[in-house]
Design a protein around this ligand. Structure first.
Ligand SMILES: *[C@@H]1O[C@H](CO)[C@@H](O)[C@H](O)[C@H]1NC(C)=O
Ligand SMILES: *[C@@H]1O[C@H](CO)[C@@H](O)[C@H](O)[C@H]1NC(C)=O
Ligand SMILES: *[C@@H]1O[C@H](CO)[C@@H](O)[C@H](O)[C@H]1NC(C)=O
Length: 332
């Protein structure tokens, strides 16, 4: 079967200018592996939290904000992604917060459900931009974060897709010994002789100073330089500004899943193109998320059965991802 054409596009329609940013909720949202009220720690939600004295955590060595760019209507995916983060082992000596990032929520039904979701999970971030896939949304995200979290900055800011399974502890170990400044890390997208003129949009990390630089760079908006594929645009801004020089291409550890879901490997940092529940199920089986279930008479789940149903989603033609408008071979 053919995919809908929209699934092949990294980016879509025009950009709305960023003016004001607001956040839901104003409560301090939960941290990954913490005992806050959010779904990222849903296992504690039904217990008496006050009775559970948290052990003294050592000071975090690094902090990371993970923003998953998604849309209000994608509730089922968000539910799966939340569980994927909540059921991971916590990253040692790190403060990691996960947020689902929307542009303006305009539909009243979405607004009501997003408000309830924000109350329940405390992990919703709403930016002042028009929701139109990724056109300008990454810029809105990276340029808003330094102001939104100015009182409690992070070392690193990550953008991730909602079809990416990210293994947080593995990523944190990658980052732990790396510079805290002028960093740009992800899966390099090779163009000509350059292995990483930009990082693939499945997920990339910049250091806080780089996000601040994007935020303060008025040329980007003045030149309408937010329209186009967001991943290569970020590379373009950074390359033009001489930023992100501490550049780490961890390519083999971040990859796209094959359409027959057979290319996982243990050293994974991120798997991308998890476009349907069948692929998420395969991820949960491979990375032993299903294996953690407590045996019980109350459920009988055929977890070891490998489903081999036909995928309804196929890889996009490669041409869609060619960066012809920004990156050209100059050596030819
Ligand atoms: C987003 O919503 C705010 C508050 O309702 C509004 O002031 C702003 O103009 C909206 N922005 C866009 C880009 O639609
Ligand atoms: C940016 O886009 C606006 C609106 O489409 C247009 O008026 C303006 O001339 C553009 N600026 C540049 C530098 O292309
Ligand atoms: C999952 O668990 C099995 C059995 O303990 C182990 O052999 C395998 O390495 C684990 N897989 C991953 C990705 O950790």
């Amino acid at each position: 079967m053919k995919p809908p054409p929209s699934s092949c596009l990294l980016l879509g329609a025009p950009l709305a200018l960023l003016v004001v940013v607001f956040v839901l909720p104003s409560l301090r949202p939960p941290q990954l592996g913490s005992d806050g009220p959010g779904a990222l720690c849903g296992r504690r939600a039904a217990t008496n939290v006050a009775a559970v004295a948290p052990p003294q955590e050592p000071e975090p060595e690094l902090s990371l904000l993970i923003g998953i760019l998604t849309m209000p209507s994608r509730r089922e995916r968000r539910d799966i992604v939340r569980m994927a983060y909540a059921l991971q082992p916590p990253a040692a000596r790190a403060r990691v917060d996960v947020r689902f990032v929307f542009c303006n929520v305009t539909d009243p039904v979405d607004a009501a459900l997003a408000a309830v979701e924000a109350r329940r999970h405390g992990d919703i971030l709403v930016l002042n931009c028009a929701e139109n896939m990724n056109d300008g949304k990454t810029h809105a995200y990276l340029s808003s974060v330094p102001r939104l979290f100015a009182s409690d900055p992070y070392d690193y800011v990550m953008k991730a897709d909602d079809d990416t399974y990210l293994r947080v502890a593995a990523l944190v170990e990658e980052l732990r010994g790396k510079p805290r400044a002028d960093l740009y890390l992800g899966r390099g997208f090779p163009v000509c002789d350059d292995p990483a003129p930009f990082m693939h949009g499945m997920g990339y990390v910049v250091s806080w100073d780089v996000a601040e630089w994007v935020s303060g760079n008025e040329d980007i908006l003045r030149n309408n330089d937010t329209r186009g594929h967001e991943d290569r645009l970020l590379g373009k801004w950074l390359n033009a500004g001489g930023r992100g020089k501490n550049r780490y291409n961890i390519k083999p550890r971040m990859y796209d899943v094959h359409w027959d879901v057979d290319n996982f490997w243990p050293d994974t940092v991120a798997v991308h193109r998890l476009k349907d529940n069948r692929r998420w199920a395969a991820v949960f089986r491979y990375f032993n998320v299903t294996a953690g279930i407590t045996p019980s008479n109350l459920y009988h789940l055929p977890l070891s059965t490998h489903t081999s149903s036909v995928s309804t989603w196929r890889l996009c033609p490669l041409a869609v991802f060619l960066p012809e408008n920004i990156y050209r071979c100059t050596s030819k």
